[in-house]
Design a protein around this ligand. Structure first.
Ligand SMILES: [Zn+2]
Length: 195
């Protein structure tokens, strides 16, 4: 049975590497996949899924108008899996579309994204994926400042923590750091400067 999977993790937890790995595994068996990413994330060019270790490939860019269900339904050869990167940036209607791809077309969907924004609120895409997904998994990584699991994203600007502001700000001077709860509220940013 096809399922809607949501795999969430904080920054730098290897979500994109996992997408590229899953795609590779399907394709090695001659099974086609569709890779999509948010059009909001233009850091590496429009419609590109790109990991920090330098692996990248093209993806279909999802903007507010994109009809995900119509796109998959219109394919003459249905994919074996739909993979979504940066799923936190999806709108509610996109997530409902993903559910229809699973339920009406029988195509599994694996969506990867952040859960918390830097203010510790849910992104819209994350919220509806948590509500609608059949299976929810955490892609784990470690806090930048200790050996605990990172569960939050700390935004910094000029090495100062930022706890308020617009939810989505891509391509500025901000850094986003994976942190545990303790270090979210008490980041050791001075220490980082001296390293
Ligand atoms: Zn920590």
């Amino acid at each position: 049975m096809a399922q809607l999977y949501y795999k969430y993790g904080t920054m730098n937890s290897g979500k994109t590497i996992e997408i590229l790995k899953v795609a590779h595994n399907y394709e090695e068996q001659g099974k086609g996949v569709v890779i999509m990413t948010s059009a909001l994330d233009t850091r590496d060019g429009f419609g590109v899924v790109s990991s920090r270790i330098g692996m990248k490939r093209e993806a279909i860019a999802i903007d507010e108008e994109t009809d995900i269900f119509g796109y998959i339904d219109g394919m003459t050869e249905k994919p074996y899996c739909v993979l979504i990167d940066e799923a936190q940036f999806l709108s509610r209607h996109h997530v409902y579309d993903l559910a229809r791809v699973v339920d009406e077309l029988g195509v599994p969907v694996m969506a990867f994204g952040l859960k918390n924004d830097f203010r510790n609120e849910l992104f819209e895409g994350s919220k509806y994926l948590l509500l609608l997904a059949d299976k929810i998994d955490e892609v784990k990584t470690i806090c930048q400042y200790c050996s605990k699991k990172a569960i939050m994203v700390l935004r910094t600007n000029n090495n100062q923590p930022v706890y308020e502001g617009e939810q989505i700000q891509i391509g500025g001077n901000e850094s986003y750091i994976p942190v545990c709860r303790k270090h979210y509220f008490n980041p050791v940013l001075e220490k980082k400067e001296n390293q």
